[in-house]
Design a protein around this ligand. Structure first.
Ligand SMILES: C[S@@+](CC[C@H](N)C(=O)[O-])C[C@H]1O[C@@H](n2cnc3c(N)ncnc32)[C@H](O)[C@@H]1O
Length: 351
C-alpha cells in the first residue's frame, strides 16, 4: 500500500490546491482567538483586529478573529466529501481587555459557525490538560465572590458534513482492516480524555527545539486517535492549520494520505527529519497497540472472562466480530518528491 503527503505553504482561507470533495477527514487546531500568542497573526490577516484590541473592544476583536477562521470553514465545506468528519481542537480563552476579565468561548462560536454551514455537530471530547502551576488560580485568592475557575481543558469538536453518514461497499477491506480494538474503542470514544500524555510525542519530536511551543503543537496521540476513529485506509486527511505537521505524521503512521496548509514556511524546516523517523515510529506505535491488546486479553482471562473471536492476521482473540480483520500497517520506505512524500506501507507482522 502506498500513501502520499503534501504541504502547501499558503493561506488556508483559499484552499485552491485542493479539489471539491477531495478530502475525507479534517483534523486540525486553529490559532485560538483571543489567546495573545496569535494576536499578531490575526492582525496580519485583518488589521481591524489590532485596532479593536488597541481600542479595548474585546468582543469586536473576538468576532473579527472568528470571521477569518470562518473563511477557512467555508473552504472545508467545499473540499470535504458528504458525510466526511471535521475534528477541531480548540480551547476557550480567558483574558483581561481594558481592565475587564472574561472568557471568550471559542468552542461555542466555532460550533455555531459549522452548524450554519450545514454541518451536524456530533458529541465532542473534552481533553483535560492538567497544569501543575502552583499559581494557577486567578482572581482574588480565597475570598468570595471574585475568584475564577481555571481552564484546564480544551475541546475536540466533531462535525459531520450533512446529515448522512458515509457509506462503503459491503465487507470493504479498507474499512474492516482499519478497525480498532474493542478496548481502544472504549477509551477513544469516551467524552473526556485524561490519558493523552504525549508519549508518542517524545518519539516524534526533538524536545530541545522550541518549535513545538512556538507552533502550539498538539501531541501526536491526538490526531493519531482521531484518524483511526474517523477514517479508513485510502482516505485523505487535511489539516488547514498544519503547524509542525503533527497531523501528517499521524496520517503517515496510520496509513492514510494527507495534505496540509501552513502560512509559516519556517515550520517546514525540520519536517524532513521527522518524516525520516516515521518507519520506526509507525512500527513502535503498531507494536504498542498490539502489546496493549495482549495485556487486555491477559487481564480479561485472569478475571475469568472470555473473548468470542479470533483475529485473522494476528495470533490473538478479539472481543467482537468486527475486529477480526484488523490489520495494522508500518511504513517500509519514504521517498521525497517535488510535490511531497510517497510512503510504502506493509502489514505489521506483530510478532
Ligand atoms: C495551533 S497551530 C497548529 C499546530 C499543529 N496542530 C501542530 O501540531 O504543529 C496553528 C497554525 O496555523 C497556522 N495558520 C494560521 N492562520 C493560517 C492561515 N490562514 N492559513 C494557513 N495557516 C495558518 C499558524 O501559522 C500555525 O502554525
Amino acid at each position: 500500500m502506498e500513501t502520499t503527503h503534501r504541504v502547501v505553504v499558503d493561506d488556508a482561507r483559499e484552499l485552491g490546491a485542493i479539489d471539491d470533495d477531495a478530502v475525507d477527514l479534517v483534523v486540525t487546531s486553529p490559532p485560538y482567538p483571543m489567546i495573545e500568542m496569535w494576536d499578531d497573526l490575526f492582525t496580519e490577516l485583518d488589521p481591524a483586529i489590532g485596532d479593536a484590541l488597541e481600542a479595548g473592544d474585546g468582543a469586536a476583536a473576538f468576532e473579527a478573529m472568528h470571521a477569518q477562521l470562518d473563511r477557512v470553514w467555508d473552504e472545508l465545506e467545499r473540499v470535504l466529501v458528504d458525510g466526511g468528519i471535521v475534528c477541531l481542537n480548540v480551547g476557550d480563552a480567558t483574558r483581561s481587555v481594558d481592565g475587564s476579565f472574561r472568557v471568550y468561548p471559542n468552542h461555542a462560536r466555532v460550533t455555531e459557525s459549522f452548524e450554519s454551514r450545514g454541518f451536524d455537530p456530533l458529541p465532542d471530547v473534552l481533553w483535560r490538560k492538567p497544569t501543575n502551576s502552583a499559581a494557577k488560580f486567578m482572581g482574588s485568592g480565597t475570598l468570595p465572590p471574585n475568584a475564577y475557575v481555571t481552564l484546564e481543558h480544551e475541546y475536540i469538536l466533531v462535525f459531520r458534513k450533512g446529515s448522512d453518514r458515509r457509506s462503503f461497499e459491503p465487507r470493504a477491506d479498507r474499512r474492516y482492516e482499519a478497525a480498532y480494538f474493542w478496548e481502544e474503542r472504549n477509551t477513544w470514544f469516551s467524552d473526556v480524555w485524561t490519558d493523552v500524555k504525549g508519549e508518542l510525542q517524545e518519539l516524534a519530536y526533538d524536545d530541545t527545539d522550541d518549535l513545538r511551543e512556538r507552533s502550539a503543537a498538539y501531541p501526536l496521540e491526538i490526531p493519531y486517535r482521531l484518524i483511526c476513529m474517523y477514517s479508513v485506509y485510502g482516505d485523505t486527511v487535511l489539516d488547514p492549520f498544519w503547524g509542525t505537521g503533527t497531523t501528517s505524521l499521524a496520517a503517515m503512521c496510520a496509513g492514510r494520505d494527507s495534505v496540509g496548509y501552513e502560512l509559516e514556511e519556517a515550520f517546514l524546516e525540520v519536517f524532513d527529519e521527522r518524516v525520516a523517523a516515521v518507519p520506526a515510529l509507525s512500527r513502535s506505535i503498531g507494536d504498542a497497540r498490539l502489546e496493549r491488546h495482549r495485556e487486555f486479553v491477559a487481564q480479561r482471562r485472569e478475571d475469568g472472562e472470555t473473548l468470542g473471536y479470533e483475529a485473522t492476521h494476528y495470533e490473538t482473540p478479539v472481543m467482537t466480530k468486527m475486529e477480526r480483520e484488523i490489520r495494522l500497517r508500518e511504513v517500509s520506505s519514504v521517498t521525497e518528491s517535488a510535490d511531497g512524500y510517497r510512503l510504502e506501507h506493509e502489514p505489521l507482522a506483530g510478532e
